[in-house]
Design a protein around this ligand. Sequence first.
Ligand code: BDR
Ligand code: CA
Length: 313
Amino acid sequence: MPHPIIIDTDPGVDDAQAIAIALLHPEIDLLGLTTTYGNVDVETATHNALLLSELAGKDIPVAQGAAAPLVKARHPAPVHIHGTNGLGDMELPAVKGKAEARSAAQFIVDTVNQRPGEITLVSVGPVGNLAAALQLDPSMVDKVKQVVTMGGSIREGGNVTPVAEANMFNDPHAASRVLTAGWPLTLVGLDVTHRCVLTQAHMDRIEASHGMLGQVLAGSYAFYRDFYREFLGIDGCCPHDSCALAWLLRPELFTTARGHLGVVTSGDAEGQTIFAPEGRGFIEPRWSGTPLVDVCLETDGDAVSQWIADSLA
Ligand code: BDR
Ligand code: CA
């Protein structure tokens, strides 16, 4: 049976790769895409979600959500990483479809309530929509099957600050609510996504396989790769968001640990995720008060990158 999932996303070059996997993979039943600001503004995120779905020949509901963080001011979009249009500033075909009239949070609540215990929420952007869904209907905690969140960092350090990963930094207040809500949650953070590199050779196979969708993935990859080469000295790019799907479908490629998570919401460490392993005593109990979750600590990066390429090619 394929996994019924909703992806909450800010596409975004690596989001587009993850969305394409979800659209194409026979083990995934993509019930909807919910959009948030992050890599781009929310209207652009919605446009790109609709476009990717249409390029794959699918009619997937797209519901627009958070335009800004819950509390802090919105940080400018990282146009040097994803381009102004989120897809590497490629010229893009026109979109025919329209977003749902419902908000992203309402879409999540309605869809999960129709199939309690069955649906996995995969978040690959700032998590304001998940926080809003929890606020609309706190019973989501017991009704989702699981939550897989690409974000955070346990031992790896940050990518937008010395200690914070982008999705957590973009809305630390929402992240704090979502990561401590008490639902079954796995954090797929930089500890594993930084072990994975999607290379030009992978992308050549992907481009050859999927017509216009392959061209959009390859063209946006080329822009994203320039950033990785210039700023991180990597020849290729980290497919952060696809790693959340790799964990869902191929968990044996990852090592996880169980414990308590917190998110720093202000000061120099804002957006930092703090992990206290289950059963480990510290000088005070305050780091171990939140509900237990799972975090990814290690992965076979080559195997995950290969799985991503195979899923898209
Ligand atoms: C995350 O931040 C975004 O820029 C990427 O799409 C990914 O979701 C990586 O830190
Ligand atoms: Ca993303």
